[in-house]
Design a protein. Structure first.
Length: 125
């Protein structure tokens, strides 16, 4: 049996799919791949598919996981996304100081109420 290590796809719930597609495509600037009927839309995240989907069963209708998007320059990305109307909960902040790098994050909500984050790791010093 192969060891599980590669994520192929992540699913996020959407209550209003056209609104969610517009948020991810137009505000976050993600590359839209395709739609599958009226309840699913797919985006590319550097080879990992993000599926936005309207839950078809009650057991699948729950808050999504937090997606952490890696960015090179968290301050510039924060500023660019905010200029497109993305509402952040707070400015980028330092969450961990490691011997060789610092980890920075900023949290936001998508159009469907799911939590997202941008994160950046910068060399220490």
């Amino acid at each position: 049996m192969d060891q599980l290590s590669k994520i192929r796809q992540v699913s996020m719930n959407a209550r209003d799919l056209p609104r969610a597609v517009a948020f991810y495509r137009d505000r976050l600037g993600m590359r839209h791949l395709f739609d599958a009927g009226p309840t699913m839309s797919f985006f590319d995240c550097a080879g990992v598919r993000l599926m936005l989907a309207v839950a078809d069963k009650p057991e699948f209708d729950h808050p999504g996981s937090i997606l952490y998007f890696a960015v090179d320059d968290i301050r510039a990305t924060h500023e660019a996304l905010a200029a497109r109307g993305v509402a952040f909960r707070e400015a980028p902040n330092l969450v961990a100081r490691l011997p060789d790098r610092e980890v920075w994050m900023a949290f936001l909500s998508d159009s469907e109420g799911n939590t997202l984050a941008i994160t950046s790791e910068v060399p220490a010093g």
